[in-house]
Write a protein that binds this ligand. Structure first.
Ligand SMILES: [Zn+2]
Ligand SMILES: [Zn+2]
Length: 558
């Protein structure tokens, strides 16, 4: 039940405003910025809106216009900061019209050309661009980036004299924009400047620009204008996942509107850092892990490694306990550097280097694995997959080096004559491995890689560049026959099985270490022919005392 009467005030609320627009109602707003009635409210002029209620009701009563009066309890918007009730007023603001000149479609098209990491960022921003309202650019604050517009005092018309605005722009470039606030408008205009209505009196726009526009044109002020045109669009914008609505969008809009291109090639979003239980960090909860504390305790490389190993697409947890993983990984990689440096101590590349075509096959094969790693890691870095990059490097240190290659080399490095080809061949490859690993890890383990590089340069190769950071990415420059790679991949597969058998024998205490074992392998004819002559390679790879292969007619497959 009710009267059926609908109250609508197009000057005092968003829905009412749009309904008023639709039905051609006047946008009547008799309240000023102080919350007081204006002269449009006639007898009530000067009264504060909330204080006027009783007086207005009294007036209705005396004029015999009041039908009924009662009190209804309902919710009402309040200021989140000072908790006072809010008054809605329709006001004049500056807008960027998103549908002007087909801009919305251009924005969506531009966003489509950007690489979004993770990929669902594209959907997010596209749906937001589809729905976003016009951008209200003006704010009512005392100071900020001014909107340099001015109006005629007599007819209130906005003056559109671009030569004047151009002059102001030149001044801003030289001295900043504060003169707008400190100088009266008469000083800012050329003498004899007149409005079309003939008036010579003007007033300044008092509004400032939305700070999101300030940050939204950083691609211009910081990059295009200062660094140079060639850096625009920039490679990466990187922010939390809340910025699809914020900075990513407010940067895209001016760039596309002005230059028809997005300001960035790649946009990466990341989650937030939480405590070990997945709770947001607050000083009051005492669960804050400060980066500085981690750096003081473990060093910056560990913190960076922890970040690199995290899945940054989601929120990430951190605690002393969760740092143990990265600390462990760090130690393994660092120990690898130390081991390699130690085993190169008598190696001088200018004198002792064995060229690729003279390397032992086993060593050459390791070189191919190293460069396979380098290509993988390069791709991972290129796709901002730091976790995969560091995992691949870590796996290489553990699986390829520590438990395989370095183990297999011990004999050669420690028992062969210093200048033997066997030893120098191994060292030539260890040299490449160390150099490549240092370059590959330097983006994350920057201090450690540089420290090792300086020792590397001082003790082993003075021809190395001044810093690990002054290198090109390690590229493979040696041709290797596919047959060799195939053979060694097969030997590595057989090795898995041999290791299992050796482990069983060790368990049964029939052998101590693998070098006490001799291996006999049986192959069908085709494989036998393939592996003929590879016994010594297998001996090296399996780390056994000897290896024999036989043909077995009864076998048809491996
Ligand atoms: Zn307030
Ligand atoms: Zn005028």
């Amino acid at each position: 039940t009710g009267s059926g009467i609908v109250h609508i005030a197009p000057g005092h609320g968003e829905e009412d405003f749009y309904a008023g627009k639709k039905w051609n109602l006047a946008i009547f707003c008799p309240v000023n910025e102080e919350g007081k009635f204006t002269s449009q409210a006639k007898a009530f002029e000067g009264l504060k809106v909330f204080e006027a209620n009783d007086i207005i009701i009294e007036k209705l009563k005396t004029d015999n216009l009041l039908v009924s009066k009662s009190t209804i309890a309902h919710s009402y918007p309040h200021c989140w900061r000072c908790k006072n009730p809010v008054i809605f007023r329709a006001t004049h603001q500056w807008f960027l019209k998103v549908d002007f000149d087909n801009l919305r479609a251009k924005l969506i098209e531009a966003a489509d050309k950007v690489n979004w990491f993770p990929p669902n960022g594209k959907e997010r921003i596209t749906s937001m661009l589809n729905l976003r309202p016009d951008w209200c650019l003006s704010r009512q604050r005392y100071w900020g980036t001014p909107i340099m517009a001015f109006y005629c005092k007599k007819c209130n018309s906005l003056q559109k004299d671009y030569t004047i605005i151009k002059k102001w722009q030149e001044r801003v470039n030289l001295e900043g924009s504060d003169f707008w606030f400190s100088e009266p408008i008469e000083k800012l205009l050329p003498e004899n400047y007149k409005c079309e209505c003939g008036s010579k009196e003007f007033y300044k726009e008092k509004d400032i620009l939305d700070v999101w526009l300030d940050s939204g044109v950083s691609w211009y002020s910081v990059i295009k204008n200062k660094l140079g045109q060639e850096y625009y669009p920039v490679d990466v914008y990187l922010e939390g996942s809340d910025q699809h609505r914020g900075w990513f969008q407010t940067s895209l809009i001016p760039s596309v509107a002005l230059n028809k291109v997005p300001p960035y090639k790649n946009v990466i979003t990341h989650g937030f850092v939480l405590d070990e239980h997945g709770k947001a960090m607050h000083k009051s909860l005492g669960n804050v892990v400060s980066p500085q504390e981690v750096i003081d305790k473990y060093g910056a490389d560990i913190l960076r490694l922890w970040v690199a190993l995290s899945d940054y697409n989601d929120d990430v947890r951190i605690s002393g306990k969760l740092l143990e993983g990265p600390v462990d990984t760090y130690r393994k990689i660092r120990n690898t550097f130390r081991y390699l440096l130690g085993n190169l101590s008598d190696y001088k590349p200018s004198k002792n280097k064995i060229n690729a075509d003279k390397l032992l096959e086993f060593d050459l094969y390791m070189l191919t694995r190293l460069f396979k790693l380098s290509r993988e890691v390069s791709d991972f870095y290129g796709n901002f997959e730091y976790r995969s990059a560091m995992k691949a490097i870590n796996d290489f240190c553990i699986c390829d080096l520590s438990s395989f290659y370095l183990d297999a080399l011990k004999d050669r490095l420690y028992t062969m004559p210093l200048d033997s080809i066997e030893r120098r061949s191994a060292q030539s490859v260890l040299y490449e491995i160390l150099k490549s690993l240092l370059i590959m890890t330097s983006p994350v383990l920057s201090f450690t890689a540089e420290e090792a590089w300086q020792i590397f340069k001082k003790d082993i190769d003075p021809d190395l560049s001044q810093s690990v950071f002054l290198n090109d990415w390690p590229e493979f420059s040696v041709e290797v026959s596919p047959l060799l790679t195939e053979k060694w991949n097969k030997i590595m597969a057989i090795r898995e099985k041999v290791l299992k058998l050796l482990e069983d024998l060790r368990q049964k205490r029939e052998i101590g270490s693998s070098v006490e074992a001799e291996v006999f392998l049986k192959f069908p004819e085709k494989e036998f022919d393939f592996f003929k002559g590879s016994e010594s390679d297998m001996t090296l790879a399996f780390i056994v005392s000897d290896c024999h292969i036989e043909k077995d007619e009864n076998l048809n497959y491996m």
